[in-house]
Design a protein around this ligand. Structure first.
Ligand code: FAD
Length: 545
């Protein structure tokens, strides 16, 4: 009786809506738009001060997308597409943030979003068949459906190094960069990490700083972006038949309209392979080089090694000091099994006299001290430390809402104790009316996220409307369906080379995180077909009440 009273009290003061959407990034914005059009009342709950998600938080120098911007855009409204023109092949963070603000204005979305509001807890109430969402600011929310559009790369990983608090200089995180920028001129700066954010920011930080010291644990493969205006060949392909171009992206493996290669490496001569590689290198296109060289590059160790060797040659040619070149050259993972990066002058930056690379494999960091960083052997006096140490990917933001309590008082973190279990990466057994956009078990981070986000949002909103129109109030996957999806995930992943790399795709970057490949590797097009088939077969694997 006590519990029931508390629940009804909270409901009394709670904001009542059909759907609560957590997050106002690419996904949350589109969700709010679609939900409103489908006749649902919805509220967006967003920790940040404005819309944008990834592009709100990541304001470090050099932050850009690395999927061509004409592909990394909303496609749901041709008029929106006509109303916006990207200035670059790979737009900068400020331009993408302006775009998302433009979208929010165009569809008047901000009026339904509560900013500076972090969701702290969510509880399914079996009696009322509603979720009760607790926030750190303002009224709780009572809703029929709870959708987490909280982002795959939105929970920055805390530093693993002791002593950060002792450091007397300035400390920044690339994923939480100050809005007013940072003046690095004349300063001794350290960047810790050599993932995508580091690789994008290091060349620009090196231009400003008196001295830059880069602390590297694992080298990454980086490819030249060759940024500039949107390339004419892709633009004319898009403009000559927009509908077909977008349809092909939706059916493709990675969410970018490239054909699937059928030629395998051993059918090509050395010269033919080199020619394909040089063309891909010159294109400055991540998806091109990941998918268009030869069909076995992502599934066969030998087919992959050929690409690795060709890229290693490029690194050796770009970096003058052989020892630095060797340290920058990856040897511990297949190309593509860890997220490769696009760069502008990354390798060449190490030829500057004011840049030092510290190879943490040889001299690990011992401590951060009041004056800088000391390794096994040296100490570095610093004014600024930049952590480019990445994210608790895919599950970090979901698990940060704690507890999420489903049927029978079970919490999501208990259900996921051995790693995330989902049906289609969208739903979890025991958690009715709960959805994740680009959740673990969906293609998400292995794809052009814009395409994957639109597919998830469309699927979820269409299902909610169909459910309502048929008079159902709850939807929940069965344990059997969820177990089957887990098997299918594993089967697909065994065809890839992801098992040979310790990465944020597998949870290896976060100490203590359960290991397992989190994204679905079967491809964007096949995944969409499966989601559609689930619907056409009468919501296969779901229980509706
Ligand atoms: P996000 O943009 O991460 O938005 C999630 C929002 O949820 C955030 O604003 C966060 O504050 C909010 N939130 C989370 N938890 C809570 C809570 N408990 N309460 C309230 N609010 C909460 N993808 C590509 O496809 N191509 C690219 O080129 C590309 N480049 C990237 C570059 C960087 C630097 C990063 C970090 C990511 C990049 N990505 C890229 C991935 C990118 O995250 C997605 O493309 C996309 O922006 C994700 O949108 P989203 O709405 O799903 O999540």
């Amino acid at each position: 009786a006590m519990v029931a009273t508390r629940a009804s009290d909270e409901r009394g003061t709670a904001q009542q809506v059909d759907v609560a959407v957590v997050g106002a990034g690419f996904a949350g914005l589109y969700l709010l738009h679609r939900l409103r059009k489908a006749g649902f009342s919805a509220v967006g709950l967003e920790e940040a001060g404005d819309v944008g998600g990834t592009w709100y938080w990541n304001r470090y120098p050099g932050a850009r997308c690395d999927i061509q911007t004409i592909d990394y855009s909303y496609t749901f409204d041709p008029e929106l597409e006509a109303a916006w023109t990207w200035s670059e092949k790979y737009a900068t963070q400020p331009e993408i943030l302006r775009y998302l603000g433009f979208v929010a204005d165009r569809y008047d979305l901000r009026r339904d979003i509560r900013f500076k509001t972090r969701v702290t807890e969510a509880r399914w109430d079996e009696a009322s068949e509603r979720w009760l969402i607790t926030t750190d600011s303002g009224a709780p929310v009572s809703c029929r459906h709870y959708i987490m559009a909280t982002g795959c790369l939105s929970a920055p990983k805390p530093p693993e190094i002791d002593g950060v608090k002792d450091f007397k200089g300035e400390v920044y995180f690339t994923g939480r960069w100050p809005h007013d920028g940072v003046n690095l001129a004349g300063k001794r700066v350290a960047v810790i990490g050599t993932g995508s954010s580091a690789i994008q920011s290091i060349p620009l930080i090196a231009e400003q700083a008196a001295h830059l010291t880069v602390f590297q644990r694992t080298p990454n493969f980086a490819l030249p972006a060759h940024n500039g205006p949107p390339p004419l060949d892709r633009m004319s392909l898009l403009q000559s038949d927009r509908a077909t171009y977008r349809a092909q992206a939706r059916q493709s493996m990675a969410g970018v309209p490239y054909p699937q290669q059928t030629v395998v490496s051993w059918q090509l001569s050395d010269a033919e392979r080199r020619e394909r590689f040089e063309r891909a290198w010159a294109a400055g296109d991540l998806v091109h080089i990941l998918t268009q060289l030869w069909a076995d590059q992502a599934v066969d160790v030998d087919g992959n090694k050929i690409v690795q060797d060709l890229i290693r040659e490029k690194i050796r040619a770009a970096v003058k000091d052989p020892e630095t070149a060797a340290a920058l050259t990856p040897h511990d993972h297949p190309f593509g099994a860890k997220r490769p990066c696009l760069d502008t002058n990354y390798y060449a930056t190490y030829n500057r006299p004011n840049v030092t690379l510290v190879n943490l494999r040889q001299e690990p960091i011992k401590a951060i001290t009041a004056s800088g960083i000391s390794t096994n052997g040296r100490s570095f006096d610093l004014d600024v430390i930049v952590f480019a140490t990445g994210f608790d990917a895919m599950t970090g933001a979901i698990r940060a809402v704690h507890p999420i309590t489903g049927r029978g008082g079970k919490s999501l973190s208990d259900v996921w104790a051995q790693g995330p279990q989902t049906y289609l990466g969208l739903t979890v057994a025991g958690f009715p009316n709960f959805f994740m956009i680009t959740g673990p078990g969906s293609p998400s981070v292995l794809s052009n996220m814009a395409v994957s986000i639109e597919q998830h949002v469309d699927w979820v909103v269409d299902r909610l409307a169909a459910l309502r129109d048929a008079g159902f109030t709850t939807i929940e996957p069965t344990e059997t369906a969820q177990a089957g999806w887990g098997r299918h995930m594993t089967d697909c992943s065994m065809l890839t080379l992801h098992r040979l790399a310790n990465t944020w795709y597998t949870g290896a970057n976060v100490p203590g995180k359960v290991q397992g490949l989190m994204p679905y590797t079967g491809g964007v097009g096949p995944y969409r077909s499966i989601c559609d088939e689930v619907v056409s077969r009468g919501m296969l694997g779901f229980r509706l009440t």
